[in-house]
Design a binder for this molecule. Structure first.
Ligand code: 5RP
Length: 260
């Protein structure tokens, strides 16, 4: 293996490259959001262009939709596709049960809808995202702009009754203004440190008026592909109970780098 990529990008790239091997002709594929998912979209575009793979992609953000179109993937809406064979996305944290925190890039709502509407969800990641307990990464909660401060206060109040360490939320900003998601909402990031009962927390959060969705993905991810900077990839499948390792070979003149 040889490349000018940084070690972290190499890890993300090899995870992405391995994951697109799971895509078969005629599949409807959910396309995640974030820097790791962007590598996957490029690698999938390469397969479409070079192998004539005939697929449709359902992007989880406007960013991903633009990149997918650029690299030659036919983009359709979830309403057109209705149900997907496979979704490949990144994550901010994953635990041994393959439960996730997502939404660092602000696309958690579309990501959760798309992943849930898929036969299989594959997460692509580098080893740094693996945690024993979810929660060190701030948990994103998407809230409607109307009355967001009241919603945030209600969230903090409900955290008081739960077994979590941190109880404060911060409104995500984009410079001087609140961050706005593709659905026109805001995001409150919860600084919890450690989540003991992620399933319960997810249910509690989603019952609060004004909360649209939260970044906990419980029992949604089926497989995780962990890329390493030396080109190794581990594939853990929770349903099959398997853990496999292989090596991804690529070179600097890999066509994928011509898109960069
Ligand atoms: O959930 C996400 C976006 O909403 C991303 O998948 C997550 O933030 C990981 O991003 P990256 O691959 O850039 O580390």
């Amino acid at each position: 293996m040889s490349s000018n990529l940084s070690p972290i990008d190499t890890a993300k790239f090899v995870a992405a490259k391995k994951a697109v091997d799971f895509v078969e002709d005629k599949m409807r594929v959910g396309l995640g959001t974030g820097s790791t998912a962007a590598w996957m979209v490029r690698a999938l575009g390469e397969r479409v262009r070079e192998e004539g793979l005939s697929i449709v992609g359902v992007p989880t953000s406007t960013r991903t939709a633009e990149l997918a179109a650029q690299v030659g993937i036919k983009v359709v809406s979830l309403d057109e596709a209705r149900w997907l064979d496979l979704t490949i996305d990144g994550a901010d944290e994953f635990d041994d049960d393959l439960n996730l925190i997502k939404g660092g890039g602000g696309a958690l709502l579309q990501e959760k809808i798309v992943a849930t509407a898929s036969d299989t969800m594959v997460v692509i990641t580098d080893p740094s995202k693996h945690v024993e307990h979810l929660g060190a990464f701030p948990l994103p909660v998407e809230v409607v702009p109307f009355g967001w401060q009241t919603t945030k206060a209600l969230i903090e109040e409900s955290l008081d009754s739960m077994d979590v360490l941190g109880r404060s939320g911060t409104l995500r900003m984009n410079g001087e203004a609140p961050f706005v998601t593709d659905e026109g909402n805001h995001i409150v990031d919860l600084h919890l440190q450690r989540i003991e009962d992620a399933r319960k927390l997810s249910l509690v959060l989603n019952q609060i008026p004004g909360v649209v969705e939260n970044g906990l993905f419980i029992d949604i991810c089926d497989r995780v592909v962990i890329g390493h900077q030396d080109g190794r990839v581990e594939v853990i499948d929770i349903n099959e109970g398997t853990h496999q390792e292989s090596l991804i070979e690529f070179a600097d003149d890999d066509n994928i780098f011509k898109d960069l």
